[in-house]
Design a protein. Structure first.
Length: 247
């Protein structure tokens, strides 16, 4: 059984809008509609939608019910950090699910091909993520803003979602992260060198591939995504997304 956790708990602060970005319209539909539509039509068995506490009823009535997303089994509250939201979604997944997909609801152009490829790959490798080769030269800069290193572009990928995992691996990684956080708060040091206290007792991990790499030393296989699989984050992205839909 496959569960998809769709994250839609953003506040829209970088959109410079009072409306949460998941509800902002693109070609007459809320942003979150597009990702949910793809997962609804896919072989995924259930969707767990994670949103802000104050948006749960809106999601249920104006999105799930209005657009007949029958695979959305639960709408749950997110947390302060991304990893809190993922963990809340993971706890809400059907206990029979052995494959967990995690997708940013702000990426409206996920495709069925990405979903199928990810599910196929995770059965072999236990952890995978959608991604694409970077097009630009990348510079590592120092604290003063000077370029100090130019990584080989052929080895660099921009990581997207969905990210897909064997459930046991993902659950174990989160368990170890929570133990590490407790250690950080109690002693000011993580159980592993990469865990850092940034002043709020949080682990400096930005996505789930980093989580399994850090705590379980498990590499994630990269499966082909699309340069159109953008994350809508700023006002400029709205126009870009509308152009992709028109094309």
């Amino acid at each position: 059984m496959v569960s998809a956790i769709v994250l839609a708990a953003g506040s829209g602060s970088r959109m410079k809008s009072d409306k949460a970005k998941q509800f902002m319209e693109i070609n007459g539909r809320p942003l979150i509609y597009y990702a949910l539509k793809v997962f609804e039509a896919s072989i995924v068995d259930e969707i767990i939608l994670v949103t802000r506490q104050q948006d749960i009823n809106i999601m249920r009535e104006d999105i799930v019910k209005k657009y007949s997303f029958t695979k959305v089994r639960r709408v749950v509250a997110g947390g302060k950090e991304r990893y809190d939201s993922v963990e809340n979604g993971l706890k809400a997944c059907d206990k029979r699910s052995n494959i967990i997909m995690i997708h940013d609801g702000a990426r409206p152009f996920v495709t069925n091909a990405m979903i199928l490829s990810s599910i196929s790959e995770v059965r072999r490798c236990k952890a995978c993520t959608v991604g694409m080769p970077v097009k630009d030269t990348i510079k590592v800069v120092d604290e003063e803003g000077f370029g100090i290193e130019t990584p080989d572009r052929s080895t660099l990928y921009q990581i997207q979602t969905p990210q897909t995992f064997d459930r046991k691996i993902l659950t174990e990684a989160y368990s170890r992260m929570r133990a590490d956080l407790a250690d950080i708060r109690a002693n000011g040091a993580g159980s592993k060198g990469g865990a850092k206290d940034n002043g709020a007792g949080r682990v400096n991990i930005t996505d789930d591939t980093m989580l399994v790499e850090h705590y379980l030393d498990i590499k994630s296989k990269i499966v082909e995504g699309s340069y159109n699989n953008i994350k809508v984050t700023t006002p400029e992205d709205i126009g870009f997304a509308e152009a992709i839909l028109r094309s």
